[in-house]
Design a protein. Structure first.
Length: 139
């Protein structure tokens, strides 16, 4: 397994685990509560920070575990990375229409912010999955 594939797996795991923890924490407060009273900004910023930090730390751990592979990317790795990023961009572009529509409909900021965060999460997961599939099945 190439180092870039390991990074894709790390990215996929972090991009799945952190948002699940965030959404479980926040969405369990929704029933029976006015969403304007739910303090979601701090937990959302924490989830974003933890996701970024975990990705960096786990990437460093992977590099230390196999230093000869770290930082090496051949042409195939670059093509796979580009493909994953392109697909993730299109997913983000399409998913961003939801928070845009919610904002135009004057929906609570809670729903707009969370739908935008979900759009980023879906784009990240899609990008990582496309890369992993491309590594496993070939480009």
């Amino acid at each position: 397994m190439s180092f870039e594939e390991k990074r894709s797996w790390i990215y996929a795991i972090v991009a799945a685990a952190v948002p699940v923890a965030y959404f479980v924490t926040i969405l369990t407060k929704v029933p029976g509560t006015d969403v304007s009273e739910i303090a979601y900004v701090g937990p959302m910023l924490t989830a974003i920070g933890v996701g970024i930090g975990a990705g960096i730390v786990l990437g460093i751990v992977a590099a230390v575990a196999s230093p000869k592979d770290a930082g090496r990317a051949d042409e195939r790795d670059k093509q796979i990375n580009r493909l994953g990023d392109y697909v993730g961009f299109y997913v983000m572009s399409i998913c961003a229409l939801v928070p845009l529509g919610l904002a135009m409909a004057n929906v609570e900021q809670f729903w707009i912010a969370n739908s935008l965060y979900l759009a980023f999460v879906l784009a990240a997961l899609t990008s990582a999955v496309v890369k992993i599939v491309a590594y496993r099945r070939g480009l």
